[in-house]
Design a protein around this ligand. Structure first.
Ligand code: CO
Length: 221
């Protein structure tokens, strides 16, 4: 077995010791329950860690990661995570975080057959089609690539907002709020795209309105 693999368990042992050194009850308390305020949906890319870059601790963030941070209504995994986070954990914020230099987004910009990945990356090609005029007008390929990363985040935020559980809970409690971020691998900084959540929600409800506000409010009583 490789030494680097064995190292993981040594690191784990040190991590446990460090946690217990600051609080002997650390794991006893951690095991009780979780109340994360954040749902983080990001890319599986090994360079973009959720908790580490946010300075978050165990228990702070509920996490879902997949290739190119895609939310698709047919994907049971991501939609189940969102539903659980919204209805049971009652997270206050949902973050969709993309990143520059995203291999998934890059692959969706190129003409190649990637087998099983084709239907997944089709979601990003759909984002390109929605914003084709803007993207095609960007001459420099690197800038076009960066912009598609940002637009993919924006569209995946919209896919989150389309979900009935998100709309319903927002009517009741004015949360969760959906945020779009891009992690810049070149600087280590998180960029908040400052998507206009309230207005997107209003626009979306013209077409994707899955909740009757009066009915939702009547259930609250
Ligand atoms: Co990526």
């Amino acid at each position: 077995m490789s030494d680097s693999y064995k190292l993981i368990f040594e690191h784990n042992k040190k991590w446990v010791e460090a946690k217990i050194a600051t609080n002997p009850d650390y794991f006893h308390e951690l095991a009780k329950t979780q109340h994360p305020e954040y749902l983080y949906i990001g890319c599986s890319d090994s360079r973009v860690t959720a908790e580490d870059m946010m300075g978050a601790q165990p228990g702070d963030v509920f996490v879902h990661r997949n290739i190119a941070n895609v939310i698709n209504t047919l994907d049971m995994s991501s939609t189940a995570v969102i539903q659980y986070a919204v209805e049971h954990l009652k997270v206050k914020h949902i973050i969709v975080c993309g990143h520059y230099n995203c291999g998934g987004v890059k692959a969706a910009m190129t003409s190649q057959d990637l087998g099983l990945l084709n239907p997944w990356l089709r979601n990003i090609r759909d984002v390109y089609r929605l914003h084709q005029t803007e993207l095609d007008a960007i001459g420099e390929e690197g800038k076009r690539y960066d912009r598609l990363v940002e637009l993919n985040v924006q569209e995946q935020c919209i896919n989150v907002i389309k979900m009935a559980c998100v709309q319903e809970r927002y009517i009741l409690e004015e949360q969760p709020v959906v945020h779009g971020w891009v992690f810049d691998l070149r600087t280590g900084k998180i960029i908040d795209l400052e998507i206009d959540f309230e207005n997107i929600l209003k626009d979306i409800q013209k077409i994707y309105n899955l909740t009757d506000s009066d009915w939702v409010m009547s259930r609250k009583k």
